[in-house]
Design a protein around this ligand. Structure first.
Ligand SMILES: NC(=O)c1ccc[n+]([C@@H]2O[C@H](COP(=O)([O-])OP(=O)(O)OC[C@H]3O[C@@H](n4cnc5c(N)ncnc54)[C@H](OP(=O)(O)O)[C@@H]3O)[C@@H](O)[C@H]2O)c1
Length: 286
């Protein structure tokens, strides 16, 4: 009896997702989210499961992924898969690419979200650490987008979300350089896929309350509270933008204004402003 009730609930929730108008929904209903163990990625997985999508959860920490997976299955009755992968490792990246390219279990929405920041300027870091950042923020986005979008194009539907940053419009070291690549790459791929039924959205968050800053040991004490975004609001706004087929999504009025200004400011002014911000955010002395 209980099983039958659970099944009815699952069917109801799936029907709701199908008629909800999402370009990645309809008969399709599997999303793969990288960096799903925490922060923005975990919230993407939660909101997508809430809308009735099955989810494939990717990150390095198996215990945390299993925990998210159990919660989503219990709360929303969706199917979940856990795929443990370090996206700075080429062979792990390949495992995720293979899953995305599996035509028998199609993925309709890819969220390239995994990432981290660095607390030190470029020349003070080991080059290995800088290369790892590049692999996760850029190379994984390239390889996984390629693996997912080819199948989506053949099927005639699907969506990619590449989590970039407001920093992609600034000049704050290798992190913002990598995110500039993500935004430009997403815009180019969106044009390449125009008319195929597949959309690409670069999500450009401003400062968002997650584990990001603590992990990179960044000093955020100076940041006014008006500049902090909530991950739930951010993801909701992004999914609305994806439904509208928007190519660059900048949630939050304060960040829309900031990005508008950064796009028209002379680059010299942007560099000067970015340099000041960069120095203030540096890891506090040990
Ligand atoms: N928070 C912000 O203010 C902000 C602003 C703009 C853009 N962003 C971007 O938003 C994205 C998500 O960050 P967040 O704020 O949610 O940070 P977070 O809370 O620290 O979460 C980062 C996620 O990425 C995963 N991850 C990190 N390195 C990985 C690797 N090598 N392989 C696989 N997974 C990895 C982590 O999982 P494991 O540790 O389990 O692997 C975790 O699930 C990042 O791309 C970040 O650059 C964040």
């Amino acid at each position: 009896m209980r099983e039958r009730m659970e099944l009815t609930f699952q069917v109801a929730i799936r029907t709701q997702a199908t008629i909800g108008g999402d370009p990645y929904a309809g008969s399709m209903s599997t999303a793969l989210v990288t960096g799903a163990s925490a922060g923005i990625g975990k919230e993407f997985a939660r909101q997508l499961a809430e809308r009735g999508h099955d989810v494939v959860l990717v990150a390095r920490d198996r215990a945390r992924l299993e925990n998210v997976s159990d919660q989503l299955r219990r709360s929303y009755g969706v199917r979940t898969e856990v795929l443990v992968a370090d996206l700075s490792d080429r062979s792990d990246m390949g495992k995720v690419a293979l899953r995305l390219a599996d035509d028998l279990r199609p993925v309709d929405l890819l969220v390239n979200n995994a990432g981290h920041g660095l607390g030190e300027p470029f020349l003070d870091n080991d080059v290995d650490i800088e290369e790892q950042l590049f692999e996760v923020l850029c190379k994984a986005v390239l390889v996984l987008s390629h693996a997912a979008a080819r199948g989506m194009r053949v099927r005639g539907h699907g969506a990619l979300v590449n989590v970039s940053s407001v920093a992609s419009f600034a000049a704050t070291g290798t992190y913002s350089a990598a995110k500039s690549w993500v935004t430009a790459f997403s815009e180019g791929l969106a044009s390449e896929l125009a008319g195929t039924g597949v959309t690409v959205t670069a999500l450009c968050p401003g400062f968002t309350r997650t584990e990001f800053h603590a992990r990179a040991q960044l000093n955020m004490s100076h940041l006014p509270s008006a500049l902090w975004l909530d991950a739930g609001d951010l993801v909701r706004a992004c999914l609305d933008d994806v439904s509208r087929g928007k190519v660059v999504s900048v949630p939050g009025a304060q960040y829309k204004a900031m990005v508008g200004a950064l796009r028209v400011l002379p680059r010299g002014l942007t560099r000067a402003a970015s340099g000041g911000l960069h120095r203030r955010r540096r890891r506090p002395p040990a």
